[in-house]
Design a protein around this ligand. Structure first.
Ligand code: ME8
Length: 519
């Protein structure tokens, strides 16, 4: 028998600016990627999951000045904060890239040289609007008016007039090839509404892009012209190939590139879906297979901003509600792709009704009955009734449905699919009333409890990517060994063996009780 090479899956988060500390938005994007990476690993893929920090540019340089630090010191400090957050969130990234690393500087300079050789970079003069906060150039027609006759970027960020020598990337020459690329790859930008926005932007005509700056120093020097540092977005986007070993086109690059998915917020879709594929195609490299732009979080209905003082610290959330609870909430609360609002009330409702009541109680009821009545072993089962079979079919059929939702990054749908089965299992317990069977028909009670334990096994396998710790505890409670927790063990062929010893059951999803004692 020959082994075929494992299917690969390369997923990336944006690399985050180190001008400030991480907040809930950063945690959200990284979490979504983590859940996908975990899902794909359990589903048999060889996964590469990349996150990291974007450390160059004027925004970081200015921020460092305000803090009275060197840009490198600020980058070191905040990059470490992002790295710590990834650890606190139980993120399973395989690499963490920093754009100040030598491997990255070498990769960006190699890409630049390729673009020059291809004739896609030329020296000129930039004169126009720039927003340091967005690290983006804007046309006059895109600006809106701010207070006291000032001009603002469409994002509301301040803009300044920039006039300096600059290298340009011939983006205008790529319009037709980009449109042809979108056309040939219907899934390359998601959701559909965002895809339409990108296509109409490109159809509106593209201007050449300024890709170097001379008015500050904190960046990767342009090869052969030290007066220029590269535009931070050309620098930053390249991280995705740096981490795959570029400019070496063998090894990891050959294995993982093009990336299967760049996950980004809607604010930075244009950079990923227009500039990045154009840079790559110009360098004769393949564009990413898919870019997904998710929505924006607000806090209790308000835009999250430093000036409003309502920035949500993900570490505080985890400390208050629990890690797996926060992981669950963020991906369940909002249809992925839409904007969402964080509120204490919504968080507590999901935590208590869906985790503690639906999932937690199901496990607690079934496992404590097994503990008491079956001597802490997986019960024997007799012939299965139609209700039993329906219950098991629903549990065993989960993988195919959840996989389909995950392949579209519809996390909320994947969770709802799992919860349909959890609710069905609670209905099954109520109907079968195993506590009553204990006296009248103990054999039948054993069958019902076995069906429930087997259902819980399958549910816990499926919730692993979302809630790794809680799911591991559930799998411990039904005595599933470590090596039988990947998705090849979903389904009836690997059902729980009667007679297997089980540990003493314990609650896995506590209820949230307010400081005042109200739940
Ligand atoms: O843009 N809701 O970095 P950044 C949801 N360095 N997601 C949010 C969010 C919110 N309120 N706020 C931020 C950059 N995000 C560049 C990226 S990639 C080559 C370079 C998330 O630190 C969302 O993913 O400003 C958004 O795209 C990203 O953080 C922006 O992070």
């Amino acid at each position: 028998m020959t082994m075929s090479a494992a299917k690969t899956f390369y997923v990336t988060t944006p690399i985050y600016y180190v001008n400030d500390k991480p907040h809930i938005g950063h945690a959200y994007t990284t979490l979504a990627c983590d859940v996908l990476a975990r899902f794909k690993r359990l589903d048999g893929y060889d996964v590469k999951f990349l996150t990291g920090t974007d450390e160059h540019g004027q925004k970081v340089e200015k921020s460092a000045e305000t803090f009275g630090m060197t840009p490198q010191a600020l980058a070191d400090m905040n990059s470490a904060n992002f790295r710590d957050l990834a650890v606190r969130m139980n993120t399973s990234n395989d690499d963490f890239i920093r754009t100040t690393e030598p491997r990255h500087v070498a990769a960006v300079q190699a890409l630049w040289t390729k673009l020059v050789e291809a004739g896609d970079i030329y020296l000129g003069h930039y004169e126009g609007w720039y927003s340091v906060r967005d690290e983006a150039f804007y046309g006059e027609d895109e600006l809106k008016s701010g207070p006291n006759g000032t001009k603002l970027a469409p994002t509301g960020a301040p803009v300044e007039w920039v006039k300096e020598p600059s290298y340009f990337f011939r983006l205008s020459a790529w319009q037709d090839r980009l449109l042809a690329f979108y056309d040939a790859n219907p899934d390359c930008i998601a959701p559909q509404s965002r895809r339409n926005e990108v296509i109409s932007f490109v159809k509106g005509g593209l201007q050449d892009l300024s890709v170097s700056r001379t008015s500050f120093k904190w960046g990767v020097p342009v090869p052969g012209d030290d007066a220029h540092v590269m535009y931070v977005w050309l620098d930053a986007l390249t991280n995705y190939i740096t981490a795959a070993g570029y400019p070496d086109l063998g090894g990891e690059y050959a294995k993982y590139w093009p990336a299967d998915l760049h996950m980004v917020g809607k604010d930075i879709l244009r950079f990923h879906a227009v500039y990045w594929p154009a840079f790559l195609m110009a360098a004769d490299l393949q564009p990413p297979k898919r870019v997904f732009a998710h929505g924006w979080w607000t806090n209790e209905g308000q835009k999250i901003s430093k000036s409003l003082g309502n920035v949500i610290d993900p570490i505080q959330l985890i400390e208050r509600y629990g890690l797996d609870q926060v992981r669950y909430f963020l991906l369940r609360e909002v249809p992925f792709g839409n904007d969402g609002d964080f509120s204490h009330r919504a968080m507590v409702t999901r935590m208590n009704s869906e985790l503690a009541n639906d999932y937690g109680n199901l496990a607690q009821r079934a496992l404590s009955m097994i503990g008491k009545n079956c001597g802490n072993t997986v019960p024997q089962h007799g012939e299965l009734s139609e209700d039993d079979r329906e219950m098991l079919d629903a549990a065993h059929g989960l993988l195919a449905k959840v996989r389909d939702a995950m392949d579209r990054q519809m996390f909320h749908e994947a969770l709802e699919t799992i919860w349909v089965v959890i609710r069905a299992a609670n209905g099954y317990v109520d109907r079968q009333a195993p506590w009553a069977l204990r006296k009248t028909d103990p054999a039948r009670m054993g069958t019902v409890l076995w069906v429930l334990a087997e259902t819980i096994r399958n549910l816990a396998l499926m919730t692993q990517p979302f809630m790794p710790d809680a799911s591991a505890r559930l799998l411990d409670l039904v005595a599933v060994p470590e090596e039988r927790r990947n998705f090849t063990f979903c389904g009836s062929h690997h059902a729980l063996k009667p007679g297997t010893a089980l540990p003493v059951p314990q609650g896995v999803f506590p209820r949230f009780v307010d400081e005042e004692g109200a739940a």
